[in-house]
Design a protein around this ligand. Structure first.
Ligand code: Q46
Ligand code: ZN
Ligand code: ZN
Length: 331
């Protein structure tokens, strides 16, 4: 297997590009794909301050690293969700990465600050764990980006994620979501701009990127993800991709080119009546926002004033992990 650029030994094949790459040209390919996505969708301007939502997994650490490599000014935000050992370990990966690169990491501790964790909160509020979790994260990411004066909020959603969400939204014809499933959502009504610079990279590529760059990430899936429909859509798309390389890209980018706009009116209508939440001030279509209702039903409470996301003291820089020579174990 030879690198398509330099003919040296390749470490990865990317079937949808019909190309193999050596270590250096694979890293260059990842950077080029991210730079292309940023340019194509006008995601981040030079000089803007970006905040990346970091989970400790491969995608969020890869996007943070890639943006720093491309010269952007990016801090990280980690939200401790109180999902037992999974949360403890994921926080360690986020902190270790920030420390090793001397980057700034903000943290919000959901149980410590809001008085509930995802497992108990979702039971008390009778919501599926991922629904309570997604709602909490979205609210906390938006609030931290706005409080910290960031221009843009970055998430690590990759091509596999976007294709799987698109499949779910299409199977159930959630047309109001289809109109919003874009790589960039502009800032408005008290929401920060939100961008997904990894939309041109597959999950296997972000994992390989981390391995090659010596980024230690949490490999384990969240224990609450079991039975999550998102995972079954991913598995179905993987089967399709195997038989038809490039299918995920064609599905998602074809949607962006030819279909997304058709659902714009519906997505817009959904946001027409936004007003500030009576409790926390975040934009909402009801009197009290869904997050505040969740906090209340979960038995928690809002903190009294002050910023909710605080920069963590990471201590001295540790030695960086050596670059591994093989991609064994990439998933
Ligand atoms: S962390 Fe939260 Fe995910 Fe775990 S509970 Fe579901 S949404 S699976 S990205
Ligand atoms: Zn090469
Ligand atoms: Zn609220």
């Amino acid at each position: 297997m030879k690198c398509v650029v330099c003919k040296g030994p390749a470490i990865i094949d990317i079937r949808r590009h019909n190309a193999n790459f050596c270590t250096d040209h694979f890293l260059e390919q990842c950077r080029r794909q991210v730079a292309k996505a940023i340019d194509e969708f006008a995601m981040i301007e030079r000089g803007e301050r970006a905040l990346v939502a970091v989970s400790g997994g491969k995608d969020s650490l890869a996007v943070w690293d890639l943006l720093v490599e491309l010269g952007y000014d990016v801090d990280g935000l980690y939200v401790g969700l109180g999902i037992g050992e999974y949360s403890d370990v994921s926080g360690t990966y986020a902190r270790d990465f920030a420390r090793s690169r001397e980057l700034t990491l903000l943290e919000v501790d959901l149980p410590g600050t809001y008085g509930y964790d995802i497992p108990t909160g979702s039971r008390a509020a009778r919501r599926a764990p991922c629904s309570a979790c997604g709602l909490s994260k979205r609210h906390l990411f938006d609030a931290a980006a706005l409080e910290g004066g960031y221009d843009v909020l970055v998430t690590g959603h990759n091509l596999d994620d976007e294709a799987a969400v698109l499949m779910g939204n299409t199977l159930h014809w959630h047309t109001e979501y289809l109109g919003r499933q874009l790589p960039v959502l502009p800032a408005r009504d008290g929401f920060p701009r939100k961008v997904k610079p990894l939309v041109r990279l597959g999950e296997r590529e972000t994992a390989a990127y981390c391995v090659v760059r010596g980024i230690d990430y949490l490999v384990d899936e969240c224990p609450m993800a079991a039975g999550n429909r998102h995972l079954s859509y991913k598995a179905a798309l993987n089967d399709i991709e195997l038989a038809s390389p490039g299918a995920k890209h064609a599905f998602y980018f074809g949607f962006l080119d030819r279909a997304a706009e058709r659902f714009a009116t519906e997505a817009e209508a959904d946001r027409e009546d936004l007003r500030p939440c009576a409790s926390c001030g975040a934009p909402t279509t009801s009197e009290v926002c869904a997050f505040c209702r969740l906090v209340q039903r979960a038995g928690g409470s809002l903190p009294d004033g002050g910023p909710t996301a605080v920069a963590v003291e990471l201590g001295p820089t540790r030695a960086r992990v050596d670059e591994p020579s093989a991609l064994e174990g990439v998933r």
